[in-house]
Structure formats: C-alpha cells, structure tokens
Design a protein around this ligand. Structure first.
Ligand code: SAH
Length: 340
C-alpha cells in the first residue's frame, strides 16, 4: 500500500496506468485529497470498481500529533512517526501569512557545534509523505491557510534531495496546496553538489545558506561540513544558483559572542559576497542548555551590521520568532526526550 501524500502528480498518473486506470483520474484524486477538509479515497466521485482499486493501492496517511506548544508568534508541533521516532515542525505567524518550517530528517549528521540537532545524530531521512503530512497536520490543527514553507527544520535537506524535490512539487501542485515557488525557501549548511542539482532542477526555490563564518579555519570548527566543501566552493555554487535562476540568495549568519562577530569577520564577509545578488540575515543565537556559545550583545550585532551596510552588502536581522517555544533548529529535537 502506498501513502497518497508521498506521490507527485506525474508519479500518480504512472501508478494509475499500472493498475489499469485512466491517468486523468489524478485530476480528481489529488484536488480531493488535498482539499480542506481532505476527502477520503472511498468517497470520490468515481465508479465503485475504480474506488475499490484505489483503496487496494493507496491510503491517506496522517501523522500523530503528540504535542503542540503555542505562543503569539510561533506554534511548535511534535509528531510521532510510524517507527516510533518523532519529528517537529513550527507554524510561524507572520503579518503577511502563515509559514510552516518542516523537518527533512530524523536527527542530523552535520554536527554543527552550536546546534542541538547535531547531538541527536541522523536516524534516517524522512519520506516524502512524512514531510507533506507535517503541512497537512498543521493546517488541520491550526485551521490556518498556509502560504509559505521553510525547509529549515531538523535535518539537512540537500542530503535527502530526491525526497525533498518530490515534496516541493507536491506543495506547488496548483490544484492542491498551490504554494508558489517564491514562497518556498530551502536552507542548507552548504552541500555543494546539492546546490547545483537544485539550481538545475525544475523547482529552484529560494535558497538560504548557513554560512556563519567567513574563514575556513573558523567555519570548520563551527560546521564540520566545511572539511568537505570549502567556503569558496559554497560561494561559487551560490553564485551559479543566483545567476542561473535570477535569484537573491540569503546567507544566514548566527551571531556568536566572541567567535564570529568581529568587524574583521564582517569585512571579510562583504568581500566574499561582493557582486552577488544576495543578502546576509543576521540571526540571534538561541542559547542551548549545556552549550558554551552565547549570543553576541546587541551593540556588537549592530556594529557588525554597520560594517556590512557601509560596504554595500545587503543585510537584515531575523525577527525573533519562536524563542519562547524553543523553536530554534535542534532545540526542537533536543527536547524530544524530555516533556515539552
Ligand atoms: N541543515 C540546514 C537547515 C536546518 S538549520 C542548515 O544548516 O541550514 C536552520 C538554521 O538554524 C541554520 O542556519 C542553523 O545554523 C540555525 N541554527 C541552529 N541552531 C541554532 C540556534 N541555537 N540559534 C539560532 N540559529 C540556529
């Protein structure tokens, strides 16, 4: 049996042909199962014989919601998966709409020193339906219309790219959730071949790159993935992405007190990004228990900001959403063991 929420429009058409059904049935099935509320497969306006075949091939899966923590700006959801592991997602409440931050893996293998997800170690990639169902469950429970998606929850999406590409296609399906490509953002720690693959795919969504340091030596200590792909390789891939797709790249930069927040780091960052259609998003560090890093003081963040501005490098500061529900990456996961 196949979970219908893991299947793209084209794959569904191929599967319908395999079971001897017209591929055009996909145009009835998908709008219905992505409707609000979603229709049951056996309630579709199709012949009894077709419905029996569908019910024998597909089912509509649903994540079990274990816990919801709400705040004014963000709600955090903990979902149970079929194999006993769990995954977390966040509903972010912006003035302009509701955005869901989805996880792509159970745990993460990237080992960033400041991030809680790294301590969990990846257990496995999420399936396509497990990603789609994070969205559907949040839509159902919150009753909100979801207008944007951030693929920046737990896990490294470019290490699970085949599934993530199908997930994106499903999110964009015009008669389904119909989320526009400009409203989907994928965040990576800098998996260079994955950046090129996404750039050349049919769905080059907004790209955010977690840079966090302008020197390889420093970045290696914070983000071990730098041993695999140097900063200059990451920047090269970002330039390609931006030019090929005419996109503005976001560089995320988490402000760590006394580590990566000097004027010299800001100066170097401007030089690295010179001439690229991009901007830097300065992120306040959300402290983790048992972790030595602290967020830079406000004045230092402003000093760093000023150097970038003076150099003509685009820069913003992320509105702090979700801090009170421990929604910063990895903090979600790290609380799995303890009660939320
Ligand atoms: N693996 C992807 C997406 C998940 S992390 C990536 O690395 O981009 C999402 C963002 O949150 C990354 O920029 C990450 O570096 C950042 N992050 C992780 N822990 C954080 C914390 N405690 N405070 C603030 N940002 C954090």
């Amino acid at each position: 049996m196949t979970d219908i929420y893991g299947i793209t429009y084209d794959k569904l058409k191929a599967m319908l042909i395999e079971i001897g059904e017209k591929p055009s049935r996909a145009d009835i099935i998908l709008p219905a199962v992505y409707g609000e509320p979603p229709a049951a497969l056996d309630s579709l306006p199709l012949k009894k014989e077709t419905l029996e075949k569908l019910s024998g091939t597909f089912y509509t899966g649903e994540l079990e919601c274990i816990k919801v923590l709400t705040s004014e700006t963000a709600d955090k959801y903990l979902f149970g998966l079929g194999d006993g592991s769990s995954v977390e997602s966040v509903l972010m409440k912006h003035e302009f709409g509701y955005n869901v931050c989805v996880s792509t893996q159970v745990g993460c293998n990237m080992g960033c020193a400041f991030c809680m997800s790294g301590r969990l170690k990846k257990r496995r990639d999420l399936t396509v339906s497990e990603m789609t169902e994070q969205l559907l469950a949040i839509r159902r429970i919150s009753g909100k219309k979801i207008t944007g998606i951030s693929i920046m929850g737990i896990g490294e999406p470019l290490e699970n790219l085949a599934n993530v590409l199908d997930f994106i296609e499903i999110m964009m399906y015009p008669k389904g959730l119909d989320i526009g490509i400009k409203h989907i953002t994928l965040s990576t720690c800098g998996i260079v071949p994955g950046i090129y693959e996404l750039a050349d795919s049919s769905t080059p969504v907004n790209l955010a790159i977690s840079l966090h340091a302008p020197y390889d030596g420093l970045r290696e200590k914070l983000m071990p993935v730098t041993h695999r792909y140097s900063i200059s390789e990451v920047i090269g891939a970002a330039r390609y992405y931006s030019e090929k797709n005419n996109r503005r790249i976001t560089f995320e930069y988490v402000m760590l007190d006394g580590i990566n927040d000097t004027d010299d780091c800001a100066q170097r960052l401007s030089e690295l990004l010179h001439g690229m259609n991009c901007y830097v998003n300065l992120i306040r560090y959300n402290s983790n228990e048992g972790c030595d890093f602290r967020c830079s003081p406000h004045e230092r963040i402003m000093g760093f900001y000023d150097v970038l501005k003076k150099n003509g490098t685009g820069v913003t500061m992320r509105r702090e959403l979700g801090a009170s529900v421990n929604a910063a990456c990895g903090q979600l996961a790290a609380r799995q063991a303890s009660p939320l």
